[in-house]
Design a binder for this molecule. Structure first.
Ligand SMILES: C[S@@+](CC[C@H](N)C(=O)[O-])C[C@H]1O[C@@H](n2cnc3c(N)ncnc32)[C@H](O)[C@@H]1O
Length: 263
């Protein structure tokens, strides 16, 4: 493998990768960090070459690591072998993954979405929690959704916590983002059902008309869907709850809705 060894935390590449924990830095550079050989391999297999690839001695001569190294070098990226201490600082974990890749972020403009590509799509209004967002992206991938659309001010899908929760699906699921006004205008041309989720809805989610391609609209963790967003839906549904919990976790509710729409 063609790489150089780096042992100092003040190395400029190491500093640049550590800085990607900050949203401001991710927004400015358009880069993000994916940890672990599985995630990095997923990116490489889906045609995203790392711009920077770091690995520790523990990664050894794994054939998948060699593939990632080749993809990085072919794309004129940088490959460095680093110490365990550097890996721990980069991932802010005592037991870091032995491989870390830095990739370019990508968003698909709403205008480039072809609804006919998939039977189900997911829109999230003002999602706040990166773990929820990553879990939803992973579930959307598993169920074969066409993409996830982030509406309004949302948390960053490329935050380290979100990327971890996607388990590699960050590379497989196209992401789009839109202001409330852009989403409202775009939704008017949606050819299938737009299904909103509201705790106050009267319709059971199992009985709704999921005319394909269906677009599932989910609300924010604290406030739920505001009236203007709920007003965009053809139907609002509720997932029945029998115990004392007053709502479901957002990512769990989204998973139930995705499988109701695609099942
Ligand atoms: C934690 S809940 C929000 C609770 C918020 N206090 C409210 O009044 O809507 C986050 C999102 O998950 C979805 N959700 C959670 N439980 C649901 C249920 N039982 N039926 C339908 N949607 C649900 C909705 O999209 C909701 O906006």
């Amino acid at each position: 493998m063609s790489s150089r060894a780096v042992t100092s935390l003040s190395n400029p590449t190491v500093k640049a990768v550590r800085a990607l924990h900050l949203r401001k830095e991710r927004d400015e550079t358009g880069l993000f960090v994916a940890e672990g050989l599985k995630n990095v391999t997923e990116g490489v297999e889906l045609g995203h070459a790392p711009q920077i690839l770091m690995y520790g001695r523990d990664a050894g001569d794994h054939p998948l690591l060699q593939k990632a190294v080749q993809a990085t070098l072919a794309a004129r990226g940088e490959v460095i072998e680093v110490t365990q201490d550097i890996l721990a600082k980069v991932s802010r974990r005592d037991n870091p993954q032995a491989v870390v890749g830095v990739f370019r972020q990508g968003f698909r403009p709403l205008s480039e979405i072809d609804p006919a590509e998939a039977p189900c799509w997911v829109a999230l209004h003002r999602v706040r929690d990166p773990g929820n967002l990553g879990t939803i992206i992973r579930t959307a991938d598993a169920a074969g959704c066409g993409g996830v659309i982030l509406v309004g001010e949302c948390c960053d899908p490329f935050a380290v916590e979100a990327v971890r929760a996607t388990m590699g699906s960050i590379f497989a699921v196209p992401l789009s983002r839109a202001s409330e006004a852009e989403f409202t205008a775009w939704r008017q041309r949606w050819p299938g059902s737009v299904v909103g989720t509201l705790l106050s809805a009267a319709v059971d989610h199992r009985g709704a008309d999921y005319r394909k391609p269906s677009l599932i609209l989910m609300g924010n963790e604290q406030q739920g869907l505001p009236p203007d967003m709920a007003g965009l839906c053809d139907v609002a549904v509720k997932i029945p709850m029998r115990g004392r919990a007053d709502s479901l976790n957002l990512s769990v509710a989204t998973g139930i809705m995705i499988y109701a729409a695609t099942g």
